[in-house]
Design a binder for this molecule. Structure first.
Ligand code: GLC
Length: 803
């Protein structure tokens, strides 16, 4: 069974059946103002911080049929009563003749037909503005003239998301609404928590006269709330009570009499939901967007933004599903993860959040540096601002206040009080930025360090280069019994929390990869001492790694505090871990022979038809000494589940091995586009990657969860563009180093790079996997596989032949 289809031409996925297995969402706006909107018109909207300034009440855990945040009702007079329905299906659940939710970058457009009435509603936040717009068109497709009323509804939450749920007296006592009547029958409902009356006022308004309104949920639903969202009793009366709530559960309901519509006639309506200091401050913006032309212009600007963003890299391979992801949905998801981190999704309620993770954002940024280098740089700076003077980093931070957070460590006072990997991601992200932009001046930019107990003291600062060096120094001096980097509270795998003294092979390889990057950078800068320093450290680490971590058929993943290995044949659970096999290739530390064996073992023991498992076998019972991983049943999340973030690293490792067949197989088997046909099993949106899929150790093998906000997006994009297609920036130019399936005869890529456009065609006449034999740049052959830097704003034709 399908719930929709891909429309690549219009850059949309079109949902055609609203009864999806779970709500499917899309993002509108940015962290400045926005949130997500689901395919039935429900929306979770915030301004600034989702946990501290939330506008609509959207409770993910409630059933899908439930009202969530916002909706629209239409009603027709039928005898003494009204026939009431929602063109969004929820919450009235009427039978529809047509239902489509067009999911596009930055907007959802719901088109439906119920009882001969067609509704088209486009939901978006204008670029650079702070309001949610709903542009609604209603068309009479019946044979008769009909009278229609449209009732737009929003349910508010207390701005402090957690208080909404943990205080049911104070919160309702403080919530208030007022109606501001304007000229020509127009009106704006304002709503606020009492303490913010003078500072943060929510407004809900439209561009059509309203005859009445409601702001109290109890009155709207009627019968002491024994009326329901699917049939609010107040909507059986000609007019609402126009009651201004002094307390209670506040809503905004605007009743518009659209009048009579002849057959084929269309009426339209625009609503706005936003927040400003006061109605007076909001007024000019409200007026502006009451004009349909302004809304049209804003929507065009939104599309222009996406046209420009996506045109940064476009591909044409023989695999249409891969094209769909790499050209549209994957870069879109990368933009969303860069903006929203792990803040707010259908699975991440954004309540009491730990802010933005350094580790997460460093990786998210790597997925968008080529498209939005300036914004990426700003985020990189923030990540360095919460690095401690000793080189390690706080685990997360609030991007609005720049307050650092220690992450989950709080519950585990007996464990190391830092994460072993956070700071190391900064080095990788910065070098990726440098290769893309060539902005070497960034290395000299001065950024303060973070001090948890700073008080009035002057903060210590250092250049970006200094931040990178301190990060590396921290790990250089933080090693355990075997001479390998300590785990800290956790490494990339947040859930393995071993006792103090444990060593992590992931940290070893991330550090190793950083060292490789530093060697390359120093080479470019002509810094001989740096090259020597980092090369020596890499050699030594590589030597220790190869002496200690080979387990016979694969590499181990951790050494516990007493020196026993984890991820070894000797273990009963967690015998083999994915990252321990892929990362030795990324860090350049594996020997060719062991690398091959390790990747073959991974293929044999961890691969499934739905993706590669993070480890095997899962732990079957809580064990405090191992940590969070043992809190999940086997086959879920980090405990032997298919934790997708790890899969692109295997794709990359296979391309390093030159194994184009396997790289492509691993890439394709988790391409969400293919889930469209097995959606009853998978359940999540087929247009984005999910964080995890239940593995074959679980009875519900194949079920996806936690879609959207996952590092999978950035790494699948990097794996696809940078390693399978092999187009990746280097300090001296754009490298063309594909590793593709032999059956491909070639592919094309258009990529913007340093103010020039590279039109690349790779030909594969002999159906090989790898090895660029000949490179032609604008018709002239050059040696090597790096297309030069042009910076001339022109189009350049690059042809590469694999032979
Ligand atoms: C989640 C976290 C990420 C972590 C991963 C594995 O996705 O956001 O930081 O690396 O889980 O534990």
């Amino acid at each position: 069974m399908n719930y929709g289809y891909f429309d690549d031409k219009n850059r949309e996925y079109v949902i055609t059946n609203p009864r999806t297995p779970v709500k499917w969402i899309n993002y509108i706006g940015t962290l400045k103002f926005g949130g997500f909107v689901d395919h039935t018109g429900g929306a979770l909207i915030c301004k600034g911080d989702p946990s501290l300034n939330r506008i609509t009440k959207y409770i993910q855990q409630m059933p899908s049929s439930d009202f969530k945040g916002e909706t629209l009702y239409l009603r027709l007079k039928q005898g003494e009563n009204y026939k009431l329905f929602s063109p969004f299906f929820v919450p009235t659940l009427d039978r529809y003749d047509l239902y489509q939710c067009h999911v596009g970058p930055g907007y959802n457009r719901i088109i439906s037909e119920f009882y001969g009435i067609r509704t088209e509603c486009t939901i978006f936040v204008p670029t650079d503005d702070v309001r949610e717009i709903r542009e609604i068109k209603i068309i009479n497709k019946t044979d008769e003239e009909i009278e229609i009323d449209a009732i737009s509804v929003v349910e508010y939450t207390h701005f402090d998301a957690i208080k909404q749920f943990n205080n049911a007296d104070w919160v309702p006592q403080t919530m208030q609404s007022r109606c501001i009547r304007e000229e020509r029958g127009l009106a704006t409902l304002i709503q606020y928590a009492f303490m913010r009356r003078e500072t943060d006022v929510n407004f809900f308004t439209s561009n059509h006269p309203i005859s009445s309104f409601e702001s109290d949920r109890k009155r709207f639903l009627g019968d002491n709330e024994y009326g329901t969202w699917s049939n609010p009793l107040s909507l059986q009366k000609k007019e609402l009570d126009s009651y201004e709530a002094h307390r209670g559960d506040n809503i905004g309901a605007l009743l518009h009499h659209l009048g009579s519509l002849k057959t084929g006639e269309e009426k339209s309506l625009i609503t706005q939901l936003g927040q400003e200091q006061s109605f007076e401050k909001a007024r000019s913006g409200i007026d502006k967007y009451r004009d349909p032309d302004a809304v049209k212009k804003a929507f065009t600007e939104l599309n222009d933004f996406w046209e420009e963003f996506l045109s940064g890299i476009q591909v044409e391979t023989p695999d249409l599903e891969m094209n769909s992801m790499l050209n549209i949905h994957n870069p879109h998801q990368c933009f969303i993860t860069k903006n929203w981190s792990r803040y707010l999704s259908y699975y991440q309620p954004g309540i009491g959040t730990r802010g933005i993770g350094v580790r997460d954002s460093c990786q998210d940024v790597m997925g968008v540096i080529s498209h939005i280098p300036e914004e990426s740089k700003e985020l990189l700076k923030k990540m360095m601002m919460i690095q401690r003077t000793n080189g390690s980093a706080m685990h997360g931070f609030n991007p609005l206040t720049m307050e650092g957070s220690k992450g989950e460590i709080g519950d585990w006072s007996d464990r190391p009080q830092y994460y072993g990997d956070d700071h190391l991601w900064i080095v990788l992200a910065v070098t990726t930025y440098l290769k893309e932009t060539g902005d070497m001046e960034f290395l000299e930019e001065i950024i303060p360090y973070y001090d948890e107990k700073k008080g009035d003291q002057q903060l210590e600062s250092g250049t970006v280069k200094d931040h990178m060096k301190r990060a590396l120094n921290f790990t250089r001096n933080d090693k355990g019994k075997h001479g390998l980097p300590h785990l800290g509270f956790a490494d990339w795998n947040d859930t393995v929390n071993l006792r103090t003294g444990a060593e992590s092979l992931f940290n070893t390889h991330l550090y190793g990869k950083d060292l490789l990057e530093m060697i390359e950078l120093c080479r470019y800068l002509g810094d001989e001492a740096g090259i020597k320093l980092y090369q020596t450290e890499h050699n030594e680490l590589k030597d220790i790694f190869n002496r200690t971590s080979w387990d016979g058929e694969w590499y181990v993943r951790y050494f516990d505090s007493d020196g026993t290995p984890m991820g070894s044949q000797k273990n009963k659970n967690g015998k083999i871990y994915i990252n321990a096999q892929s990362w030795p290739l990324i860090s350049g530390m594996a020997t060719p022979e062991n690398a091959k064996k390790a990747l073959d073992s991974l293929n044999r023991l961890l691969n499934t038809s739905r993706g590669i498992k993070v480890s095997w076998p899962g732990f079957d019972g809580y064990d405090r000494n191992k940590g969070g991983i043992t809190t999940f049943p086997p086959g879920t999340k980090e405990n032997g589940g298919i934790f997708l973030h790890t899969n692109p690293w295997v794709v990359i490792a296979e391309t390093i091995m030159g194994n184009g067949e396997r790289a492509y197989e691993y890439y394709s088997q988790i391409n969400p586009v293919y889930k469209n046909d097995i959606i009853e099993e998978y359940e999540c949106e087929p247009y984005v990657y999910a964080q995890n899929i239940l593995s074959d150790e679980h009875p519900q093998f194949g079920l996806g969860r936690n879609s959207w906000l996952t590092g999978t997006a950035s790494w699948m994009y990097q794996a696809g563009i940078g390693f399978i297609l092999g187009i990746r920036p280097d300090y001296s130019g754009l490298k063309i180093d594909p590793c593709i399936p032999g059956k491909w005869n070639g592919f094309k890529v258009t990529r913007k790079y340093k103010n020039a456009i590279y039109n690349i065609e790779v030909k594969n006449p002999d159906n090989k996997n790898k090895g660029v034999y000949r490179l032609e740049v604008d018709g002239r052959g050059i040696s090597g596989n790096i297309a030069p830097i042009f910076k001339d704003g022109k189009i350049h034709i690059i042809t590469a032949i694999i032979e």
